[in-house]
Design a protein around this ligand. Structure first.
Ligand code: NAD
Ligand code: UDP
Length: 328
């Protein structure tokens, strides 16, 4: 698979977030003219502060639910709260972000003839009845549950992308991202990796929801960014949807044990109720990513966790505002 890149004007929505800021960093380093657009709902300006002095980087505070007029060649559309506590904080806003935000960004892509990539999610498979999950699986989503604002929002976003593609020939890409972790995760986002690391290094009990027998597959952020980049720039015009994630599958209890072992912090395990509609199992089938993008993850969970724990130890968590009351 050949990757083609020439210098472009690139918009990254949600560009100050965990994954968006790494995408911006990579694109700025490659010399592209990068516009980072973010409303800072779950982001920190510190995620992109190091890019501000670069002449090919521009930061715009804007909400994607509102129209904006920009001229660009490519759009990475990543704006959306991703952690359950964040997207459930204001569920109506979450669905507006996915639906209105996608319509606004697809409008720019249509007008400019820009290529646009959607950061979709494994959540579109819901609580899957097929394991591991291939892209051909249509999913098992509760339309009226507390996760629906996110799951259904992303499902509609995928539909919008496909309809703009079929109807208006918009050049699209769709990536379904599975649980990704790494430095720059918000320490209070309530996601399992950030919670467990923060709790362990602060000597607090690790909160296990349910019995901890549910599984997730964790992808290190560098692997993820590489996969997304390959999808955006592959020469074969492979548009996806494609799963990008690490097929290594772990129970939540196993993750807790690993975090304690690698951090050297032995703390108590505290059981909490399992949140409603929490998927029981999740693992990506990455056959398509291997075939079309020649991509597979390189970083084992142990190595990625070590880097992430080191980063959590290096930051001052008092500088991070808990953005919602939903973290534990
Ligand atoms: P994040 O919360 O760190 O990043 C989301 C960014 O979008 C933040 O900077 C936030 O301020 C911004 N944002 C939210 N609503 C916005 C709005 N209305 N207008 C403008 N900006 C807005 O989360 P992340 O993990 O970096 O996720 C990035 C994208 O990847 C999201 O679209 C998410 O759904 C998708 N994704 C992530 C994962 C994962 O495991 N990290 C898994 C599946 C999908
Ligand atoms: N989880 C947990 N303790 C926590 C946070 C999460 O046991 O402190 C569990 C959660 O119930 C889910 C899994 O870890 O089964 C992953 O949760 P996360 O919020 O990271 O992402 P999800 O994949 O559910 O969107």
């Amino acid at each position: 698979m050949e990757i083609v890149t020439k210098l472009q004007r690139i918009l990254v929505t949600g560009g100050a977030g965990f994954l968006g800021s790494h995408m911006c960093e990579r694109l700025v380093d490659e010399g592209h003219d990068v516009i980072c657009l973010d409303n800072f709902f779950t982001a920190q300006k510190s995620n992109v502060a190091h890019l501000l002095p670069r002449s090919n980087f521009e930061l715009i505070r804007h909400d994607v639910t509102l129209p904006i007029f920009l001229e660009v060649d490519q759009i990475y559309h990543m704006a959306c709260p991703a952690a359950p506590g964040h997207y459930q904080f204001n569920p109506i806003k979450t669905i507006k972000t996915s639906v209105l935000g996608s319509i606004n960004m697809l409008g720019i892509a249509k007008r400019c003839g820009a290529r646009i990539l959607l950061a979709s999610t494994s959540e579109i498979y819901g609580d899957p009845l097929i394991h591991p999950q291939p892209e051909s699986y249509w999913g098992n989503v509760n339309t009226i549950g507390v996760r629906s604002c996110y799951d259904e929002g992303k499902r509609v976003a995928e539909t919008l992308f496909m309809d703009y593609h079929r109807t208006n020939k918009v050049d699209i890409r769709i990536v379904r991202i599975f649980n990704t972790y790494g430095p720059r995760m918000h320490p209070y986002d309530g996601r399992v990796v950030s919670n467990f690391i923060r709790q362990a290094i602060q000597g607090q009990p690790i909160t296990i929801f349910g019995e901890g027998e549910q599984t997730r597959s964790f992808c290190y952020r560098n692997d993820l960014v590489e996969g997304i980049f390959r999808l955006m720039n592959n020469k074969d015009n492979f548009i996806g949807p494609v799963n990008i994630g690490n097929p290594g599958e772990f129970t939540i209890r196993e993750l807790a044990e690993l975090v304690m072992e690698i951090s050297g912090c032995k703390v108590a395990l505290e059981k909490r109720p399992l949140p409603p509609d929490d998927p029981a199992r999740r693992r990506p089938d990455i056959t398509l990513a291997k075939k079309h993008l020649n991509w597979e993850p390189q970083v084992p969970l142990r190595d990625g966790l070590k880097k992430t724990i080191d980063w959590f130890r290096s930051i001052d968590m008092d500088h991070y505002r808990p953005p919602t009351p939903n973290y534990v």
